[in-house]
Design a binder for this molecule. Structure first.
Ligand SMILES: Nc1ncnc2c1ncn2[C@@H]1O[C@H](COP(=O)(O)OP(=O)(O)O)[C@@H](O)[C@H]1O
Ligand SMILES: CSC[C@H]1O[C@H](OP(=O)(O)O)[C@H](O)[C@@H]1O
Length: 406
C-alpha cells in the first residue's frame, strides 16, 4: 500500500500499468495532468499503441483553487467513487465506469470520456444536444427516486445517510452559496462595476428570508442522495450521449438542489449569450433553445419520477394519501426554482465563477450578462415558494432578463 502523497505523472503511469484489464500489454504509456476544476488532480493516461486510455482522479488534501491554506478531507474521493458506483447502477450509461478506488491514495480510476466535451464549453460554443433533456431527466429521476424514502428501504436509507455524511464539502456549499454572497466575505469576488448589485444582495431582507429557508433545507432535509454539484462543468456531452461526473459533493439533501443546479447553469449560459454570438437573432435563437431544454427537463423529470412512484413506491401512506403526490411535486418544483436562483447568484459574486460569463471579453457585454444572471437569480429566489408551474420559472427568467436589457 502506498502512503498518501500527490502523484507525479510518472507515478500515475506506474499505477496504470497494474490495471491490465483496462490497459493490457501496455508498453509506453503517456500521461498528462489535465485537471481544470477547483479541487483535484486529474491524470489522462493513454496507450498510443492500442489507443486505450483511462482517467485517474486524485483528491488533494486542500482546495486547489485556494491553496494549502484551505485544508480539505481526502474522504471526498471515497464519496465520489461510491456515488459513481451507485449512480451507475441506477442510471446505467449516464456516468463513467469506475475501474478502481484506492483509499490510501484518495484515487479513483475511471473510464476516459475524452470523446465527449464538457457541457459548459459545448454550450459556450453554441452546441445543441438533442438527447440532453431525456438523459438528465432520467439521471435525476432514477438517482433521486431510488435513494429517497419513496423508493428505497427506509432503514437501509438511514445507513446510507451515515455513509454519505460529507461535512466539509457541505460546508463549502453552505458558505459559498447560502451565506457569502449576502454579506461582506473574503471569499467573494466580483467586478467593481457591479458593486451596486453586491450591495443590494447584502441589504435585501426579502431575499435573505428566502435564502435562509433554502439554507435550512440544505442543512436539514435528507431527502435523497444528491450529486451535490451538478453544474454543466460536471457533465460530459455529445449530441448522442450524456455522462455525469464529479459527485464529490454527494450527500443526502433536498432533491431540488440537484435539479436546480442543472437549470441554473443553463440559465447562466442564457444570460451570457450576447457575449457569444455575432448577431442578436442568433443569440435569441439560442436562448430559445435553452428555454425549451429547461422546460423539457422539468416536464420529463416529473413524468418519470411519478411513473417510478406509481410502479415502485414503497411508502404506503405516501402513495395512497389523496393529494400527497401533487403536493410533493409542487414543493419539489418550488425547491428547484429557489436553489436554481441561489446557484446563479453565487456564480456572479461568490468565489467560483463560470466561464460562460467570465470569459466574455467585452467588459460592457460581460457586465450586462452578470446583471442579467443576478436579476434572474434573485427573481427565482423570490418566486420559489409561490411557484405552481415550470412556466413561472421561464416567465420570471425571461422578464428579469428583458428588464436588464431595456
Ligand atoms: N472521466 C473523465 N474523462 C475525461 N476527462 C475527465 C474525466 N473526469 C474528469 N476529466 C477532466 O478533468 C477535469 C476536472 O475534472 P473534475 O471531476 O470536474 O475535477 P474537480 O473535482 O477538480 O472539479 C474535467 O473538466 C475534465 O476535463
Ligand atoms: C472551493 S470549491 C468551489 C467550488 O468548486 C466546486 O466545483 P468543481 O469541483 O466542479 O470545480 C464546487 O462547485 C464548489 O462550490
Amino acid at each position: 500500500m502506498s502512503t498518501y502523497h500527490p502523484l507525479t505523472e510518472n507515478e500515475a503511469i506506474e499505477i496504470a500499468r497494474s490495471l491490465t484489464s483496462v490497459l493490457p500489454n501496455a508498453e509506453t504509456l503517456h500521461c498528462r495532468e489535465i485537471g481544470d476544476g477547483n479541487l483535484n488532480l486529474v491524470f489522462h493516461i493513454t496507450d498510443p499503441n492500442s489507443g486505450r486510455s483511462l482517467i485517474m482522479k486524485q483528491a488533494l488534501p486542500y482546495a486547489k483553487v485556494v491553496g494549502e491554506s484551505w485544508p480539505l478531507t481526502l474522504d471526498r474521493a471515497r464519496i465520489e467513487s461510491e456515488s459513481l458506483i451507485i449512480e451507475g447502477k441506477l442510471a446505467p450509461e449516464l456516468v463513467p465506469q469506475v475501474y478502481k478506488y484506492d483509499p490510501e491514495l484518495a484515487l479513483t480510476i475511471m473510464e476516459d470520456l475524452s470523446d465527449h466535451v464538457i457541457m459548459r464549453r459545448g454550450l459556450i460554443e453554441g452546441g445543441r444536444y438533442p438527447r440532453f433533456a431525456e438523459d438528465i431527466s432520467t439521471f435525476l429521476a432514477q438517482t433521486l427516486f431510488f435513494t429517497s424514502d419513496l423508493g428505497m428501504n427506509q432503514q437501509e436509507k438511514k445507513l446510507r445517510v451515515r455513509d454519505f455524511i460529507n461535512p466539509e464539502l457541505c460546508k463549502i456549499t453552505e458558505d459559498l452559496i447560502f451565506d457569502d454572497p449576502y454579506t461582506v466575505s473574503a471569499n467573494n469576488s466580483y467586478d467593481a462595476a457591479i458593486e451596486d448589485e453586491a450591495e443590494e444582495l447584502r441589504t435585501d431582507g426579502e431575499l435573505h428570508l428566502e435564502v435562509a429557508l433554502l439554507r435550512e433545507k440544505f442543512l436539514t432535509q435528507a431527502q435523497a442522495l444528491l450529486h451535490g454539484d451538478l453544474h454543466t462543468g460536471s457533465i460530459f456531452i455529445t449530441p448522442e450521449s450524456t455522462k455525469v461526473i464529479d459527485p464529490e459533493f454527494a450527500y443526502f439533501g433536498p432533491m431540488g438542489f440537484d435539479i436546480g443546479a442543472v437549470l441554473a447553469n443553463l440559465l447562466l449560459n442564457y444570460a451570457s449569450r450576447d457575449g457569444w454570438h455575432a448577431s442578436d437573432s442568433e443569440a435569441a435563437d439560442y436562448r430559445e433553445y435553452l428555454i425549451t431544454t429547461i422546460r423539457d427537463i422539468w416536464t420529463q423529470f416529473e413524468a418519470k419520477f411519478l411513473k417510478l412512484w406509481d410502479e415502485h413506491g414503497i411508502d404506503r401512506i405516501a402513495s395512497a394519501a389523496p393529494g400527497y403526490k401533487e403536493l410533493y411535486m409542487k414543493r419539489l418544483l418550488q425547491d428547484t426554482i429557489g436553489f436554481a436562483g441561489a446557484k446563479m447568484v453565487r456564480r456572479i459574486v461568490g468565489l467560483a465563477h463560470v466561464a460562460d460569463i467570465d470569459r466574455i471579453e467585452d467588459a460592457a457585454v460581460r457586465e450586462r450578462a452578470q446583471r442579467t444572471a443576478l436579476a434572474i437569480g434573485k427573481s427565482l429566489i423570490k418566486l420559489n415558494r409561490r411557484a405552481e408551474s415550470i412556466e413561472q420559472l421561464i416567465d420570471a427568467a425571461v422578464t428579469a432578463s428583458s428588464a436588464v436589457k431595456a
